[in-house]
Every structure is written in structure tokens, then in C-alpha cells.
Design a binder for this molecule. Structure first.
Ligand code: GLP
Length: 236
């Protein structure tokens, strides 16, 4: 794992942008994308750039079960607002929160991933070390699955909803096994609330208790953090 520490989110996001730009100049065609606040500055830079995404495919990590793409809390809506409506892609994939065949949605999405192998996967990280919605205890080799969200994730995401009771309890998430198949992985983390998760991810053992620690098993992971998120690392 390569860890790069920046003064702030803006500088780290500029570095992430450069990695994506280089990747595209070297033939990357499929971006794995993430939601949450961490990638927003990067998406703003992608929108403001003159990069052309019209030949690019995106495959998103996760989606809440039960929310339609029109719901302003869905991850499909988030991606449309922050990126796709402003920078058109050739095609964009997000799990379908309203899949009528809910039992089949994970397998359907795994097929999407298999047909569009991810060149660069972007990740945020939860305070408990989750990536996508792979909560502590997740299978470190698994594919897409339906997840019961932990209370800490529901609490952390409640800020985006009018009412805590509106936060969905389930999500579809790409699995850690699917994430690890990506050629290159960029993880963004900002702020002190991520410091414990970053320390455990980088310096702890590979354990299902900290799903992001599985990234130690991948040979091309770049972790871009601000000083606050890096503050508990023993090697600076
Ligand atoms: C959600 C998303 C994750 C994201 C995490 C952290 O749980 N499913 O993909 O990494 O939130 O979000 P934030 O970047 O807002 O801290």
C-alpha cells in the first residue's frame, strides 16, 4: 500500500484526479466510483476539467435497497447530481435499489462487473473501516451481496436524511472480492473521524473486523489522506 498525506482534501483530491487522468491517458476505460462526502471534491475537479468521459464506463460500489434513482437520497441520484449529469459517460452502472427480483440483483450486478472489469476503483472509508457497504464481519473474498447496515453506519449516514428513521436498513454492495479484482484502487479519507480506520487499514492485521484492511492483499492501492486522517499513523 502506498500512503500519501496531504495538507487538505483539496490537494489530496487533485492527486486523485491526476491518477485518474493518467489512467485514462494509458487506456483505462472503466472507473469504479463511490459515494459519500469524500469523493465530492474529486468529482468537482472532474467536472471542471476538460477530460472527456464519453467513452468511459462507470460501475458504482453500492446502493440503498428500497430507494429509486429519483429519490434524492439514493446513490444513483447522488452520482447523477455530482458527476454524470455534468460530465456524460458512455454508460453508468449502479445497483438497482428497486430490483423486483431482489434475490437476483447481486448476481446481476456481479455480471455487470465481470463484463466491465474495473481499471481504477475509487473508495471512501467508513469510521468502522467499511468500504462500499462491506461492514465489519464481511467476507473478505465475497461478491455483490445484500447487506444489513450496522447502527454506526446508519447513524453516520443519518445526516443526509430528514429523519433518522428514513435511513434505509439494507443496501446492495459490491463485495470485497469484487473490489480487489480492480487493477488499481484509490482510497480517499479526510478528517480526524477517519484516523482510527486509516491506522487499522494500513498498520493493523488483515481482518474482517476492519474490511478495508483486505486492501493490504492488493498490489496497487494508493491511500490519499489529509493530515487529520493520517494523524494516528505511526510512520508519518
Ligand atoms: C457510506 C458509503 C461508503 C463511504 C462511506 C463514508 O457508507 N457506502 O462508500 O465510503 O459512507 O462516507 P463519507 O465519505 O461521507 O465519510
Amino acid at each position: 500500500m502506498q500512503v500519501r498525506v496531504f495538507n487538505n482534501k483539496d490537494e489530496a483530491s487533485a492527486a486523485a484526479f491526476d491518477i485518474i487522468k493518467d489512467g485514462m491517458q494509458n487506456g483505462a476505460k472503466v472507473l469504479g466510483l463511490a459515494t459519500g462526502s469524500s469523493p465530492v471534491t474529486l468529482y468537482d475537479k472532474m467536472v471542471a476539467s476538460d477530460l472527456d468521459f464519453s467513452n468511459m464506463t462507470s460501475v458504482n460500489l453500492d446502493e440503498y435497497v428500497g430507494l429509486s434513482g429519483d429519490n434524492d437520497q439514493s446513490y444513483r441520484y447522488f452520482m447523477n447530481q455530482h458527476l454524470f449529469n455534468k460530465k456524460p459517460f458512455k454508460e453508468t452502472f449502479v445497483p438497482n435499489g428497486l430490483a423486483t427480483d431482489a434475490d437476483n440483483e447481486p448476481a446481476r450486478y456481479d455480471k455487470v462487473i465481470a463484463e466491465h472489469p474495473i481499471d481504477i476503483q475509487l473508495l471512501g472509508i467508513g469510521r468502522n473501516g467499511h468500504i462500499g457497504f462491506n461492514e465489519p464481519g464481511s467476507d473478505l473474498k465475497g461478491g455483490t451481496h445484500k447487506v444489513a447496515l450496522t447502527q454506526s453506519t446508519i447513524d453516520a449516514n443519518a445526516r443526509f436524511f430528514a429523519n433518522k428513521d428514513d435511513v434505509p436498513r439494507y443496501a446492495y454492495s459490491m463485495g470485497i472480492g469484487s473490489i480487489l479484482k480492480s487493477k488499481k484502487i484509490i482510497l480517499l479519507a479526510f478528517g480526524e473521524s477517519k484516523a482510527d480506520a486509516i491506522k487499522a487499514t494500513v498498520e493493523g492485521p488483515v481482518t474482517a473486523d476492519v474490511p478495508a484492511s483486505a486492501l493490504q492483499n492488493h498490489d496497487d492501492v494508493i491511500i490519499l489522506v489529509d493530515k487529520e486522517a493520517a494523524s494516528k499513523l505511526s510512520q508519518k
